[in-house]
Design a protein around this ligand. Structure first.
Ligand SMILES: CC(C)(COP(=O)(O)OP(=O)(O)OC[C@H]1O[C@@H](n2cnc3c(N)ncnc32)[C@H](O)[C@@H]1OP(=O)(O)O)[C@@H](O)C(=O)NCCC(=O)NCCSC(=O)/C=C/c1ccc(O)cc1
Length: 377
């Protein structure tokens, strides 16, 4: 009893996979397409504003499950005054687990062990609104054993990936031999609607994608290779900010709001979270670390650069993911981790990537998930 039931050492990420719908839209034509499809071209000021916003997002393209063809069959999706929630939920019920399956299949292939060796599944999405939910569908699609312990995290929004990884760490460390599949899948099909003054930023920012990570603690099996050790993790909620960021279900689809103060609030609070997470091990200079930051928006990354006095390029993986995919909410952090390990490979077996790193994810609350990472030597 006791010790033998626990995993050895900190848990580690053993494999990473990502996936996106094939349909993609360059950001420089997004406003034109969006206003044409929603028959809103007469709202010229709003369209100009959308173009101004799109230019400043730091995004070059985004992937979407919805295509012009699908939208042709569902005109109610593009008119907030028509009820569309039922149709959106039905579409998401199939699309979300399938997108997750594409990412998870890649992660499992990299891991090298059979899917039946997965003991736990943690699924995070803002697009599942029914029970049984996307976690069960994914388990079935992947052929996971009927004994797999499933958890669905809904509506953590953009920190869902950080929350899922944090939970997977605790599951892996507390259950010897556990192998946790973390899956995050997000699609804007539940929220995309017609433009109004309040939702332009979200429409300009959010994209569709899925990320999957296999998490386990020691002892490691033959061929299992830790990509990032998950040394410690914390969650912090910024007091009295519950109203600045959120989403809610309406008959016309999921509504969200992103207050203009969000980047500033994150900038003001991020260093304290890092000091809490690192404790006595906090470096004198944050540049000593590698960084996996959720690219919630370009000004969020800019503010973090400023308050932490980071050198140019420290957030390159986050900026790359934002540019190529936009903000895919909870799935985004997995793309950033994947990009970091790709860069590490190119940089001569980890020579240039520092040994220690920090992962940050933010979302409604405002909640900040912080994790101390170690890149094994
Ligand atoms: C690209 C933006 C929109 C503009 O860039 P900028 O450098 O701030 O440029 P400007 O200051 O010139 O702003 C351009 C215009 O955008 C307007 N704007 C500037 N932020 C705003 C604003 N939050 N509102 C509404 N107008 C604005 C701003 O007023 C201005 O309007 P105008 O003067 O008419 O051109 C930039 O501010 C930006 O990326 N903001 C988004 C940051 C943000 O809140 N990210 C979300 C973090 S949390 C997260 O990741 C997700 C949570 C989540 C939650 C729910 C879900 O369903 C899913 C997920």
């Amino acid at each position: 009893m006791g010790m033998r039931q626990h995993g050895e050492g900190p848990a580690a990420m053993l494999a990473i996979g990502t996936a996106n719908p094939t349909n993609l839209l360059p950001q420089d034509v997004f406003a034109d397409n969006f206003f044409r499809m929603t028959k809103s071209d007469h709202l010229t000021q709003l369209k100009e504003k959308m173009n101004r916003i799109c230019e400043k997002t730091g995004i070059e393209k985004r992937h979407f499950h919805l295509t012009e063809d699908t939208l042709g069959v569902h005109p109610e999706f593009l008119d907030r005054d028509l009820p569309s929630l039922d149709a959106r939920i039905e579409m998401a019920a199939t699309a979300v687990p399938k997108l997750a399956q594409s990412a998870a299949t890649k992660a499992i292939a990299e891991w090298g062990r059979p899917a039946t060796d997965i003991t736990h599944l943690v699924f995070s999405t803002y697009s599942a609104w029914e029970a049984p939910s996307a976690d069960l569908k994914l388990a079935t699609l992947l052929g996971l054993p009927p004994t797999v312990c499933r958890t669905i995290l809904s509506l953590h929004g953009c920190y869902g990936g950080g929350r899922a990884l944090h939970l997977a760490k605790e599951l892996a460390e507390n259950n010897r031999g556990a192998r946790v599949l973390v899956a995050c899948a997000e699609t804007t099909l539940v929220c995309l609607g017609s433009p109004d003054g309040a939702n332009l930023v979200g429409y300009a920012l959010f994209g569709d994608g899925a990320g999957a990570v296999i998490v386990g603690a020691g002892p490691f099996g033959e061929g299992e290779r830790p990509l990032f050790e998950m040394v410690s993790a914390t969650q912090t909620t910024i007091p009295r900010t519950e109203h600045v960021l959120g989403m809610q279900a309406t008959a016309g689809g999921i509504d969200f709001h992103l207050a203009i103060q969000v980047p500033m609030l994150i900038g003001q609070n991020v260093e304290r979270c890092l000091l809490d997470a690192f404790g006595d091990d906090a470096p004198c200079d944050w540049n000593e670390l590698f960084w996996a930051v959720h690219p919630g928006g370009r000004p969020i990354l800019d503010n973090i650069d400023t308050v932490l006095k980071l050198d140019t390029g420290k957030l390159a993986a986050s900026r790359h993911v934002l540019r190529e995919y936009g903000n895919m909410s909870g799935a985004t952090i997995v793309f950033v981790l994947d990009e970091l390990r790709r860069r590490r490979k190119e940089e001569d077996n980890g020579h240039l990537l520092p040994e220690w790193g920090a992962m940050l994810a933010f979302g409604p609350g405002i909640t900040i998930e912080t994790m101390v990472l170690r890149s094994p030597r």
